[in-house]
Design a binder for this molecule. Structure first.
Ligand code: SF4
Length: 390
């Protein structure tokens, strides 16, 4: 590929804000990133029209992203694959064949993330046609740091959004912060951008006394992290005064699949999953099912207000995990809401379900608080004794 003097244009599919990281990696190795328009109704309709009907939602959206990327001039479309147990292993071949059948002229290239650091390294060599270890390690360094920075901003946004005085102010500040991260392609610039970005989000005016609910989001990693496919789940919850937290993030995935053990601290998400999912699920059944089951157990342990499980319609591993939740409900009191997403998911019904869940959590919290207050109140005879002493 490098023999060709003209810079090749490479596109990856979207998943939340991930394009900020991959575009930066491509620039750093001298390849032109082609960021397709962010996933929209058009993307969904292009993907749905050309996909098998029962295939999961991420497949349709990724195919739609690729079609729009090629329409915008991409020479290569890059797909992340895995040899896993679920359908992700079949995505690559199907997408490649579909694009060919539709007559789209672009090369198709695969990045197997499950080959760890070596796989990522090989992919960059293949893309540039040069094996320049220093350049590649610098590229990987910046891309990994960017992903961690993006997740840090995301977490800060969640805190401020749930407490903001003026609706959507935190979101506006977050978007400005994303732009700072986008433009920082050196480690020193990135550190400054992150500091500035966090300060921007923290400048959001908040009501520190708001009664905020704490909810974990789990499910299939694509829909958990992609706001189009989850219909802005976290934004909607934030508006209802809910602070969200995700364990299934791109940075947690990197810790488990890419970053060598010697360079990471503490227990990773997958290590925690293997520990906590045990009584309910003893082996990996594909996708993120093991992590989801363990996330519910983790939420129960921390006695948070609720957990939302979001998955694509027909996602096999998540159908399995949903079937384990009833048993988990018997061992813990954290309410679980399951949301299944596909192209038919209507907005009004979706928001009503979220509102009802938030209402349920608030009532439960109030009831628990009232019980605690009652237990803390001195009993009638204790009161009489106290008065007598006085
Ligand atoms: S985890 Fe589910 S949604 Fe994701 S590729 Fe596998 S079957 Fe499809």
């Amino acid at each position: 590929m490098a023999k060709n003097k003209k810079k090749i244009k490479v596109a990856f599919p979207h998943m939340g804000t991930i394009s900020i990281a991959w575009a930066s990696a491509l620039r750093k190795i001298g390849v032109e990133p082609l960021v397709p328009p962010y996933t929209s109704k058009r993307t969904l309709s292009l993907g749905t029209k050309n996909s098998p009907e029962a295939i999961c939602l991420p497949y349709k959206l990724i195919l739609g992203n690729f079609i729009e990327a090629i329409e915008n001039g991409a020479d290569y479309v890059a797909m992340i694959t895995s040899p896993g147990i679920c359908r992700l292993g079949e995505y690559g071949n199907n997408i490649k064949q579909t694009l060919e059948d539709l007559g789209y002229k672009a090369n198709y290239i695969e990045l197997s993330l499950y080959d760890g650091f070596k796989g990522l390294y090989r992919f960059l060599v293949q893309l540039t046609g040069r094996n320049n270890p220093i350049q590649i390690i610098r590229t990987l360094n910046i891309v990994i740091r960017k992903i961690f920075a993006l997740d840090e901003l995301d977490q800060a946004l969640s805190y401020y959004r749930a407490r903001e005085v003026k609706q959507d102010e935190a979101e506006k500040n977050y978007k400005k912060a994303l732009n700072l991260i986008k433009n920082a392609d050196k480690t020193s610039d990135l550190k400054k951008a992150l500091k500035k970005g966090l300060a921007l989000i923290e400048s959001t005016k908040i009501d520190p006394n708001r009664d905020v609910l704490y909810v974990d989001i789990t499910g299939e990693i694509y829909v958990v992290n992609d706001q189009f496919s989850n219909q802005n789940l976290e934004q909607e919850l934030g508006r209802m005064g809910v602070q969200t937290r995700k364990s299934l993030t791109v940075s947690s995935f990197l810790k488990d699949a890419i970053i060598p053990k010697a360079f990471r601290k503490g227990e990773t998400h997958l290590e925690r999953a293997n520990r906590l999912a045990k009584p309910y699920l003893t082996r990996d059944i594909g996708g993120d099912a093991l992590e989801c089951v363990s996330d519910v157990a983790y939420a129960n342990k921390r006695h948070i207000d609720g957990i939302i499980h979001v998955s694509p319609f027909t996602c096999m591993p998540e159908i399995m995990s949903q079937n384990i939740f009833p048993a988990m409900r018997e061992d813990g009191s954290v309410p679980i809401l399951t949301l299944i997403m596909d192209e038919q998911t209507g907005r009004a019904g979706y928001i009503t379900r979220l509102e009802a869940f938030v209402d349920l959590m608030r009532r439960k919290k109030r009831k628990e608080k009232a019980k605690l207050d009652l237990d803390a109140e001195p009993k009638e005879e204790e009161k009489t004794e106290e008065t007598a002493k006085k």
